[in-house]
Write a protein that binds this ligand. Structure first.
Ligand code: SAH
Ligand code: SF4
Length: 376
């Protein structure tokens, strides 16, 4: 069975308040002679108001505020900078206590046809520093795997995005919702299911009422296909969305670009995906990046149509985004359309990403890579 990669577990000097839930924090408070109900107040400051510094938790007694500040760190993700790319994408480069760099992406796409001026925002978070899975096309895998993020480091990314959203609001804006984004995707750097405990812990804080209270159906976990962990995720009983990075419709093509396929070949992966789908009775998405002359043939499209048809899955075709130093390119638009056309004709629900805008997938991993190369 696939184990979470817990070898290089990072232990920060002080634990962050973001590692806590009502039980753990309540128990710590109780042991320190404080009433356990204070835990709820602290968590409310964090998840309802975006405040992680105890000094600013003004309805707590001063003694408790200093105790909290002594015992706990605030947000473990420091902002290095925000960078806007295009109209819709803003990326955060964050630094962690040990100097590791991670990135988080905020995409704000205008909603069309709803009659109101509102954009839908999606936050794409990282789950590890680097990635051990070494997919041949991916920037995150290039520099190898450094370590897992902690639950607090995953949650810290959302709190930084919230801060940024509030700063960008015009003065006097009252947000209807305390969570300033609509969707969450675990599609940043790293393989979320290889950091199972921290990722599912973070999902707990995102989803529970004491936390962000964010709907599970608006949270997507993307995986390169760790079959046993997909089953574990199904067993959590939280109706998350699952996206599977397929990128090859036959074992031969997939193994060439995704080494993980040798461990969990397509039939085994699809069995696990099927059980997830049956458990939650919801459509799974198959991600398929189109790389010229690698996986964009008609034969691949036909094989993919069979897989998606059998699974009742949605297919998301994404034109490959170039990564500096890698030889791969995206096919031209005509070839992309031809590929998606085969699926459509077979009755598969399919989307083909636009050339610009939603560069969410390539966004992650690349900013960090640039920054590390720049400072090397
Ligand atoms: N490790 C997980 C999640 C992070 S990668 C996974 O592999 O699913 C998120 C998505 O970005 C994956 O579908 C991945 O295959 C895709 N991706 C990676 N590099 C890309 C690139 N250069 N262009 C387009 N998509 C890319
Ligand atoms: Fe890791 Fe996902 Fe990139 Fe593969 S595609 S190297 S699993 S981040």
């Amino acid at each position: 069975m696939e184990k979470s990669s817990n070898r290089r577990v990072f232990r920060p000097e002080k634990p962050s308040l973001l590692e806590e839930d009502p039980e753990t924090l309540g128990a710590r408070l109780f042991a320190a002679g404080q009433p356990a109900y204070r835990a709820g107040q602290v968590l409310e400051w964090i998840y309802r108001r975006g405040v992680t510094e105890p000094a600013a938790m003004t309805n707590l007694p001063a003694g408790l505020r200093s105790w909290l500040a002594e015992q706990f760190a605030g947000n473990p993700v420091d902002r290095v900078f925000w960078k806007r790319s295009g109209d819709e994408t803003t990326k955060l480069l964050g630094r962690l206590e040990d100097g590791a760099l991670i990135e988080t992406v905020l995409i704000e796409a205008p909603q069309t046809g709803v009659g109101v001026e509102r954009s839908r925002s999606t936050v794409c978070v990282s789950s590890q520093v680097g990635c051990a899975y070494g997919c041949k096309f991916c920037a995150s895998g290039l520099a190898g795997w450094k370590r897992n993020l902690t639950r607090g480091e995953i949650l810290g990314q959302f709190l930084r995005v919230g801060e940024r959203q509030r700063e960008a609001d015009a003065p006097g804006t009252v947000r209807r919702d305390h969570v300033p984004f609509d969707n969450i995707v675990f599609m940043g750097m790293g393989e979320p299911l290889a950091n199972f405990e921290a990722v599912t812990g973070a999902i707990e804080s995102l989803h529970r009422e004491w936390g962000f209270g964010f709907g599970a159906r608006r949270i997507t976990v993307s995986t390169s296909g760790l079959a046993p962990r997909i089953r574990d995720l199904a067993d959590l009983g939280v109706p998350l969305r699952l996206a599977v990075s397929l990128h090859g419709a036959t074992d031969e093509v997939r193994s060439r670009i995704m080494p993980v396929n040798r461990k969990y070949p397509i039939p085994e992966l699809l069995d696990a995906v099927r059980s997830f789908r049956e458990r939650h009775n919801r459509m799974v998405t198959l991600e398929f990046i189109l790389i010229e002359e690698v996986n964009d043939s008609l034969a691949q499209a036909e094989a993919l149509a069979r897989i998606a048809g059998d699974l009742h899955a949605h297919v998301n075709c994404i034109p490959y985004n170039r990564v500096e130093g890698l030889p791969w390119t995206r096919p031209n638009r005509k070839r992309q359309e031809r590929f998606a056309g085969v699926l459509r004709k077979a009755g598969i629900s399919v989307t083909l990403r636009r050339e610009k805008g939603h560069d969410i997938e390539a966004a992650c991993g690349q900013l960090r890579l640039q920054e590390e190369r720049r400072s090397a």
